[in-house]
Every structure is written in structure tokens, then in C-alpha cells.
Design a protein around this ligand. Structure first.
Ligand SMILES: CC(C)(COP(=O)(O)OP(=O)(O)OC[C@H]1O[C@@H](n2cnc3c(N)ncnc32)[C@H](O)[C@@H]1OP(=O)(O)O)[C@@H](O)C(=O)NCCC(=O)NCCS
Length: 409
């Protein structure tokens, strides 16, 4: 079956909202998200806002939203493939596949290396997307929060917290960059308000001021659970202000726990952990997926991290086999090359399906040792040492922009 395609700018295309509402069957959710993104998101690209049509009728929509992500301390341009949906009565007729293939094919010209998505797991996993990120939660119990506040004699600071203003954005941008810099999958934010203010119902972004300057921020939502989605602090004193605010929130909403979604290297996570709060990490039920379409590009973008690993290993170069292609990592940067397969002392074939989670740090050589994915072949004494240097333990978490909360459950 062959379909047609048109690009659609939601700013000037009134048919798009009804199409999204009919496709997702959640009126006002994805249609509002796409409206907000097209009107306010600086990297929205109407050329990657795709409608599939059949005989003149719109039957599916896919947005590929350009975004920069941090991996291995470097920035990599990707897209978020969402919202993505076809009308219920045309499903399983290859419309989704058509939209996906067309969208991914358009990425190369734009220098974009791949795509991430949350949801639609079966469909995307069968099309080269691989689980790439974890979910981290720390349960901030009210009694623990209050104990920290008492131990540090944190003053009643109720007057120091206020709403977000445009002037705060560069400041909290810098705080975010510092607090999330070691997280693989943290989005590189812009200074656009949409990247900071809460967009969903019962969700709030608040700012803490000390001596007239913003020194902490917090984004939280009040639903069945009281949840912190993101926050940051300039220093240890500002971390205590966050703890005090959480204690106050828990008391005001009469909750015994605040669910705090932060990666383990984050200063508030560490503070809560040291206060005896229970921390949990899981694989996000394999729902947060990444597909790389340009490995040479990714290896080039993350070049400094490979150079450091080569230096540590004392090797001049090393080649990685990824999806049947060999890539040479050398001081001048990575290239896709034919390698001489006699050089087993300088070549590692990454097992199929492991390339992406090794890149994001979700899996490492220890996982390979316990898998039946050909780990034992790769993990000879050379491979084990090199893999541990090339792919050190990291924290893979996708810190997606608050605007996507519009489409959250
Ligand atoms: C996920 C989604 C976009 C897939 O769209 P779709 O139009 O059904 O996609 P396709 O028809 O291309 O593929 C779906 C399945 O139908 C199969 N199929 C395609 N054409 C077929 C045909 N003629 N006969 C039988 N099966 C067919 C495909 O092989 C595929 O199965 P597979 O995944 O096992 O390979 C759609 O189910 C959807 O909109 N879901 C709700 C929204 C959502 O979850 N979005 C993702 C996150 S934003």
C-alpha cells in the first residue's frame, strides 16, 4: 500500500489538532502539546512535522523534534519522535512504518544522529529503537526531611520561595547544566520559557532566592503522589533550602512521602540518600528508547571521550564493530573503516542490541558477563579491560523538557 506525505505547520494548519485528538483519543493532550511546541519551541522544525495521507484524507501524524542531548560529557543532536500516532481504524496497515521511515530518512541532511521516544514500545523496538535510559526515584520521607531541617537549623524560609520569572531563566539554566552535567541523556535546554515553566495541570516551577539572587529551583506536581520532576541548587546551603521546601510541601499536602525523580549524582539525591531515604533505580520498563541512525556522527560528537579512553588504555587506536560496520577510534577522530580482522588485539565487536545501552551507560561489561549475548567471546582479557575503559559506569536518564508533561499520564 502506498501513502502520501505532507509536512504540516500546526501554526497554520487547523486540521492538525483534530487529527491528533482522533489519533490519540485524548482530546486536548497531544494536540495542545504540538500547538505549544510549534508556537514556542525554538528548535521546532515544520519540515519534520509529518502527516500521512491516503486519497487526500489525513490518517497519521509524526513529529520529529530536534534536540541536543548530553552523552559521555559531549553534545549529540537527536530528535524526539513524539507525538507519533495513526488513526485507530488504519492501524496495522503500515502507515506508522511509512511515517517513521520517512522521518528518520530526513535526519541525515540535518546532521541529526538518531531519535528517542517514550512509549509505543513494541512498535519502536521492532524498528531499531533500544531501551536506553533508566528511571531514578528517591522517596523523601517527611520525617527524614524534617530531621535534616532540624539538624541543620534551616530557618523558616517560606518567604524566600516565589514563582518563576523571565529573568530567572539564565540563572536556573546554569544551575541545571551544573546539576545534571554528568547525566547521559540530559537534554541541553534553551533559554525559552517553555523549557522551564510547568505546562501541566497542578504542576509548578518555583524559585528560591538568597540575598536577592536565585540559588535553587524546583519543579513539582501535586497529583495522587506529590512528585518532584526536576530541581537544582547552586551549593550545599541551597540544597538545604530544597529539603526545607520539600518538608513544607509534604506537611501542607499532608503526605508522608515526596517522590523525587533525580539521578544519583544530583546534589539533592545525595543529600536525601545520606539522610536515609530509600533510593530506587529501574530500567523504566524499557519504555525510554533510542535509535542511532548515524554512528559515525555519534562517535565524532563524543570524540573527546574516546580519546580519553584510548589514552588510559595506552593504545594508539581501537576499532569497534557496530551493526556490521567497523569504526576506527583514533586520535584524529573516529571513521568508519574496513579493518583487518587479524587485529583482534585492537578490535571489539559489540554484541547486537548492546551498542546503544553501552553508549548511554545503561549496561556495562558486567552485564555482558552475565548475559548469553556472546559476552564470553567479547570478554576475553583484552575485551574486558577495554570495555571497562571505553564504557565506564554512567547514569543514563532522559531529563525531558517540562512541556512534555502535557502528554504525561
Ligand atoms: C504505534 C503506532 C503509531 C503504530 O502505527 P501503525 O500505523 O499501526 O503502524 P504499522 O501498521 O506500520 O505497524 C504496526 C504493525 O502492523 C503490521 N502491519 C503493517 N501492515 C500490515 C498489513 N498489511 N497486514 C498485517 N499487518 C500489518 C506491522 O508489521 C506492525 O507489526 P510489527 O510491529 O510487529 O512489525 C500506533 O499503534 C499508534 O498510533 N498507537 C497509539 C499512539 C502511540 O502509542 N504512539 C507512540 C508513542 S508517541
Amino acid at each position: 500500500m502506498s501513502y502520501q506525505l505532507r509536512t504540516a505547520d500546526p501554526k497554520s494548519d487547523p486540521a492538525l489538532g483534530p487529527l491528533l485528538d482522533a489519533a490519540f483519543q485524548r482530546p486536548g493532550r497531544e494536540s495542545r502539546l504540538v500547538h505549544e511546541l510549534s508556537h514556542h519551541f525554538p528548535t521546532f522544525d515544520p519540515g519534520l512535522s509529518l502527516v500521512a495521507t491516503d486519497g487526500g484524507a489525513d490518517i497519521g501524524y509524526a513529529l520529529f523534534l530536534p534536540r541536543r542531548f548530553r552523552f559521555r560529557g559531549c553534545e549529540v543532536p537527536l530528535v524526539i519522535s513524539s507525538p507519533f500516532s495513526t488513526l485507530p481504524d488504519v492501524r496495522e496497515r503500515a502507515v506508522g512504518t511509512f511515517l517513521l521511515e520517512t522521518g528518520l530518512a530526513a535526519l541525515g541532511d540535518r546532521g541529526i544522529r538518531g531519535a528517542v521516544v517514550l512509549g509505543g514500545q513494541d512498535f519502536f523496538q521492532r524498528r531499531g529503537y533500544v531501551g536506553a535510559f533508566n528511571l531514578y526515584t528517591i522517596d523523601a520521607r517527611r520525617d527524614r526531611l524534617e530531621a535534616v531541617v532540624a539538624a541543620h537549623d534551616v530557618a523558616d524560609e517560606s518567604s524566600s520561595w516565589r514563582g518563576l520569572t523571565a529573568e530567572d531563566i539564565p540563572v536556573i539554566h546554569a544551575i541545571y547544566a551544573k546539576n545534571y552535567s554528568g547525566v547521559d541523556g540530559s537534554e541541553v535546554r534553551t533559554d525559552a520559557p517553555i523549557d522551564w515553566e510547568s505546562s501541566a495541570d497542578q504542576a509548578f516551577t518555583v524559585i528560591h532566592e538568597r540575598e536577592g539572587k536565585a540559588d535553587a529551583y524546583l519543579r513539582f506536581r501535586v497529583r495522587e503522589t506529590l512528585a518532584v520532576m526536576e530541581c537544582g541548587a547552586t551549593d550545599a546551603t541551597a540544597v538545604l533550602s530544597l529539603v526545607a521546601f520539600l518538608a513544607r510541601l509534604a506537611a501542607e499536602h499532608n503526605r508522608s512521602t515526596v517522590e523525587v525523580h533525580l539521578p544519583p549524582p544530583h546534589p539533592l539525591f545525595r543529600k536525601l540518600f545520606c539522610a536515609g531515604c530509600m533510593a530506587e533505580g529501574n530500567n523504566f520498563h524499557d519504555e525510554a528508547l533510542l535509535r542511532i541512525v548515524d554512528w559515525t556522527g555519534v562517535l565524532t560528537d563524543t570524540g573527546p571521550s574516546w580519546s580519553r579512553a584510548l589514552e588510559l588504555s595506552g593504545l594508539d587506536d581501537l576499532s569497534l564493530g557496530i551493526d556490521g560496520v567497523d569504526y576506527l577510534l583514533a586520535p584524529d577522530g573516529p571513521t568508519a573503516v574496513e579493518v583487518d580482522h587479524g587485529r583482534s588485539d585492537r578490535h571489539i565487536d559489540l554484541p547486537t542490541g548492546w551498542e546503544v545501552p553501552l553508549l548511554t551507560g545503561r549496561l556495562d561489561w558486567r552485564d555482558l558477563a552475565f548475559s548469553d549475548a556472546g559476552g564470553s567471546e567479547v570478554l576475553d582479557s583484552f575485551g574486558r579491560e577495554q570495555l571497562s575503559l571505553l564504557f565506564p559506569t554512567r547514569t543514563p536518564m532522559w531529563t525531558y523538557s517540562p512541556v512534555f508533561e502535557i502528554a504525561d499520564e
